[in-house]
Write a new protein. Structure first.
Length: 565
């Protein structure tokens, strides 16, 4: 053995019970081995009886359209069909015969169970039909299986399709440890915005995510000795029925209709945001679902304002926010002072060659700092005010080479924390954290990054705040639309190796108000709270024509590429 080699820390086996395997399954096994944290020592193919001829004919007659659709959409990508035996050739594949039960699960015989126990496994990774019985306890950390929504991630279950068919906003996925009640405990999970106009896109994006989860759980076990994610959460029961021909036809029609509506909506409308002042402290938003109506800043024609942050200095309230220019397609940081609740003149206080937004503020050791989002620069910069509210000078780079979205810095316990999502991993989807002893760093990534995968509550929506004895973190719910509403989460655990939180309240836009389309920033400042609001406005005729031409060109290019629905 060379000095560069590394002995794997865990031993695992693979149970396969499916006549048809997919690329993502082979890649999941390879990712575990390549991570250096696990060694593949056993592979077992559990063969179930082949259906009778009349059963196969009945299945084909009832679901022929879906079977053809599945085959067409699986020609490439993570759902591509392949022989999993090739990926398991390093250990050889043991063949065993099993008989599925009425619930679709199967039990192993004594000989197969003995062979598994002899390998002294840490866990079993299961694909296809899920096992039951004594095999679930045959490895130290049990038998693991992937599920999408409430469906098993098998060859015959229409992965991530039911959410598209039902037009659900969110598609869930899990890596779970199986139990005897056909249920499971979550080891790793995520909530994704459903791609409602493409089953292939919805499914393939999530399958690519699943590949990394088992290595992440192995790392968590090595670091903490705990496999499951807190808090403990059980999964719904299984179902794997394929859509009938009529259901598939309805799905294809709905997908086409949604695609047309989406294209028309993007061409005709554009977002318009504004900043509002709510005459109530932020705690009121936690306790009352209908806070006082905001007082909105004056409307603008060629720009909008969003991402407000407030701070009190010398008895005066100052607002900082993003000002986006439609013509320049770029944001700057602007400021205004509130005098007796009314805004004074606005001025630009920070402009860089790249787009700026989300001007997070903090006070530390007598100085005032600003931390704007600067995704295009791929850094998180720290600016100090030389002559507040102007004269911002860069004094440090907190993170370098990181396209951090809505970076939020705060003090909690004995550490500084920086929360953000990443532009190149889904700006609304995955929450990452870093911590430091000193504000200027060095900053270290959280041991469990990403600490949360949830389209409904990952992305920051303003500064965390303390109410009572608890820390609350505002987050964005982008499950229905970008910046749809704000979710307030109570942080229940935060350390360099742990993180958990629970949603306790939401702030939705006033559907009858001036900005009914969304809200995605909440910032407390003294006895008032500043928020933002979204509405859709018609594009000017010239801009509309350019947008239409761009969309038509894109559709033609995709059509030539033969993209499947």
């Amino acid at each position: 053995m060379t000095t560069e080699s590394r002995m794997p820390g865990m031993r695992f086996g693979v149970l396969v019970c499916t006549p048809l395997t997919r690329s993502w399954q082979a890649r999941s096994v390879a990712a575990l081995v390549e991570s250096g944290r696990a060694e593949l020592v056993l592979a077992m193919n559990c063969r179930s009886p082949r259906p009778r001829t009349h059963e196969r004919l009945h299945r084909w007659a009832a679901t022929a359209l879906f079977l053809a659709y599945d085959k067409l959409s699986s020609r490439a990508g993570p759902a591509r069909r392949l022989d999993l035996a090739g990926a398991l050739a390093s250990v050889g594949v043991v063949e065993v015969d099993v008989e599925p039960n009425a619930d679709g699960r199967y039990e192993l015989g004594a000989a197969a169970l003995g062979r598994i126990r002899d390998q002294d496994l840490d866990f079993l990774l299961c694909f296809g039909r899920e096992p039951r019985g004594a095999v679930l306890a045959a490895a130290r950390h049990g038998a693991w299986a992937y599920r999408c929504g409430c469906l098993p991630a098998s060859d015959r279950g229409p992965l991530c399709l039911r959410e598209v068919y039902d037009d659900r906003p969110v598609t869930e996925a899990f890596l779970c440890r199986l139990d005897h009640q056909a249920n499971g405990t979550v080891l790793r999970g995520g909530r994704y915005r459903t791609v409602r106009r493409s089953w292939k896109a919805n499914r393939d994006r999530i399958l690519r995510e699943l590949v990394t989860w088992a290595p992440e759980v192995c790392a968590r076990i090595a670091d903490t000795g705990v496999a499951e994610e807190p808090p403990r959460r059980d999964l719904p029961s299984l179902s794997s029925e394929e859509p009938t021909n009529l259901e598939t036809a309805k799905l294809l029609a709905a997908i086409g209709s949604r695609h047309v509506r989406e294209v028309v909506g993007e061409v005709v409308w554009r977002e318009n945001w504004n900043v509002g002042i709510v005459a109530a402290p932020v705690e009121r938003l936690l306790e009352d679902g209908a806070p006082p109506s905001p007082k909105w800043l004056p409307a603008r024609r060629h720009s909008y304002v969003a991402d407000p942050f407030g701070i009190e200095v010398g008895g005066r309230t100052h607002l900082f926010y993003e000002r986006w220019d439609y013509r320049a397609h770029k944001g700057v940081i602007a400021h205004l002072e509130l005098d007796a609740g009314s805004p004074a003149a606005e001025e630009v206080v920070l402009e860089l060659p790249v787009h700026l937004s989300y001007p997070s503020l903090l006070q530390h050791e007598g100085a005032i700092y600003l931390i704007p989002e600067s995704v295009q620069a791929r850094e998180v910069g720290l600016y100090r005010a030389e002559s507040f509210p102007r004269g911002w000078r860069k004094v440090a780079t907190l993170l370098e080479g990181v396209a951090a979205v809505d970076p939020t810095v705060f003090r909690h316990g004995d550490k500084w924390w920086l929360f953000a999502t990443l532009a190149d991993q889904g700006p609304d989807l995955k929450l990452f954290a870093w911590h430091a002893e000193q504000l200027l760093g060095p900053w270290w990534p959280h041991a469990r990054n990403p600490i949360k995968i949830d389209i409904g509550s990952a992305r920051p929506a303003g500064p965390p705040f303390v109410h009572g004895a608890s820390l609350y973190r505002p987050s964005q719910d982008a499950s229905e639309t970008y910046g749809g509403r704000v979710v307030f989460n109570r942080v229940t655990s935060l350390s360099s190796t742990t993180f958990s939180e629970e949603a306790v309240a939401t702030l939705s836009p006033d559907r009858c108000g001036m900005f009914p389309g969304g809200v995605h920033t909440v910032s407390p400042v003294g006895e008032v709270t500043v928020i933002d609001g979204k509405r859709l406005v018609l594009r000017p005729p010239g801009v509309l024509l350019r947008a239409l031409g761009s969309r038509v060109s894109g559709v033609v290019r995709r059509g030539r590429g033969g993209r499947a629905l």
